[in-house]
Design a protein around this ligand. Structure first.
Ligand code: PLP
Length: 437
């Protein structure tokens, strides 16, 4: 059975590097998922990347479908991104003073996201969502926030909250260190469940500062919004004068150039961005309606700042990446590649007799070993963890690098072509047959 498949196939140098790293950093990593706890085993240590490929320190090559968890939509070390960063580095790496390149990136974001009338750059997606929430609270004078179970908005206290059961259950912290007084202000609702959201609003509507949502969910695997769901969320938040925050850190410039809000035709009050807009450098941004954004310091009283915010290297990498995405037909091509990967997964799985589900939109996909459709966190959690873990390690040993958990999205880049996908689908077929044995 699939449990017998070995999952300790990492190279000797990576194994040694991991042992050493664990003596210096918690879990040997600087972000928990990198430690492979969800699938077991040892992560390969990376030496370099090029296009669609990653190379580890043992000299092994992988087709990369994780792409630094999303930012590298142009692929690794794209020559034009590298050139932009290099040129900027030669002029200086940080000034802590205004530069024109910040305005250039802000203007490009405004063009692509008409709902973002003013934009503030920060250094990560976490900073973006945290700052957007403070702003929504300051603007409305209310304290509560609604999030959807299984959506991830970074690691700020207000968002590390899991669902309780029943209507309007107060949130419980997911992590020690989040004060319960803070967690209580976060209400959680199942994704795609508009009736549940409506009930929460009937009870607490006048106290809710913001609803924050991943308009396409990418942190419970890839889960799509059902028809009419986002529109209903927009109508409800408008009726209660609650700020609607679209967290497009993952979907921004990915499900289309204008993000999920363009694709689904929704006009949110605030939007958070990250990942792609930094082209692989640390960056985030939040922005939205002028009336709200004008409350941000120094125009208004709501404080938010950053020594490295609007960092010129990050702005340069982001602008170069966005330029590459502006070619006609880019998103059709990206989506065709993502769909080939998800369809291939379903076909290979079915040939081997497994229950499988898959989604794809824009440059992202989600593959699950599950019998029932995946519409929310509850259904995503039903997916078979051991089977995914065996599949993941078998694919990795064949040089295909997927997310080390099926509750994470997969990504494709401009550098992924039929060549890499053909190799991937062959490996999938092989692995599925082997897991069946
Ligand atoms: N929001 C979403 C939708 C994300 O996917 C992420 C990261 O995966 C974040 C926020 C947090 O971004 P960062 O990891 O840059 O802090």
């Amino acid at each position: 059975s699939f449990q017998n498949v070995s999952n300790e196939q990492v190279g000797e140098k990576s194994a040694a590097a991991f042992a050493r790293a664990k003596e210096a950093m918690p879990g040997g990593v600087n972000s928990p998922v990198r430690a492979f706890r969800a699938v077991g085993g040892t992560p390969p240590f990376i030496a370099r990347g090029n296009g669609a490929y990653l190379y580890d320190i043992d000299g092994r090559r992988y087709i990369d479908y994780l792409l630094s968890w999303g930012p590298l939509i142009a692929g690794h070390a794209h020559p034009l991104v590298v050139e932009a960063v290099t040129k900027q580095a030669q002029r200086g790496t940080s000034f802590g003073a205004p530069t024109e390149i910040e305005t250039e990136l802000a203007e490009e974001i405004k063009r692509a996201y008409p709902s973002m009338e003013l934009v503030r750059m920060v250094n990560s997606g976490t900073e973006a969502t945290m700052s957007a929430l403070r702003l929504a609270r300051g603007y409305t004078g209310r304290s509560r926030v609604v999030k959807f179970t299984g959506c991830y908005h970074g690691h700020a206290d207000s968002f590390l909250i899991r669902a309780g059961s029943g209507v309007a259950t107060f949130g419980l912290p997911d992590s020690p260190g989040v004060p319960s007084a803070m967690a209580e202000l976060t209400l959680t609702v199942p994704y795609n469940d508009i009736d549940h959201l409506r009930m929460v609003f009937e009870q607490y509507g006048e106290e809710i500062a913001a609803v924050i949502i991943e308009p396409v969910a990418g942190n419970m695997g890839l889960v799509l919004p059902q028809g009419g769901f986002l529109q209903a969320v927009r109508e409800l938040t408008r009726a209660y004068e609650t700020v609607l925050i679209f967290d497009e850190v993952m979907t921004g410039f990915r499900v289309s150039y204008g993000g999920a809000q363009e694709r689904f035709g929704i006009d949110p009050d605030l939007t958070t961005l990250g990942k792609v807009i930094g082209g692989g450098m640390p960056v985030g941004a939040y922005g939205g309606k002028r009336e709200i954004m004008e409350l941000v310091a120094p125009d208004g009283p709501i404080y938010q700042a950053g020594t490295l915010s609007g960092n010129p290297l990050a702005m340069a990498a982001g602008l170069a990446t966005l330029k590459l995405l502006q070619t006609e037909g880019t998103y059709e091509r990206l989506e065709a590649v993502a769909k080939r990967v998800s369809t291939g997964f379903v076909e290979a799985g079915m040939r081997a007799g497994f229950s499988v589900q898959a989604h794809a939109i824009g440059a992202m996909f989600g593959n699950f070993f599950a019998a029932e459709p995946i519409v929310d966190y509850e259904s995503a959690k039903q997916a078979n963890v051991q089977l995914y873990s065996a599949y993941f390690h078998e694919m990795l040993s064949r040089g295909i690098y997927f997310a080390p958990s099926q509750l994470e999205a997969g990504f494709v880049s401009l550098a992924h072509t039929d060549l890499q996908v053909d190799e991937t689908l062959e490996a999938m077929d092989d692995v599925m047959q082997e897991l069946r044995r």
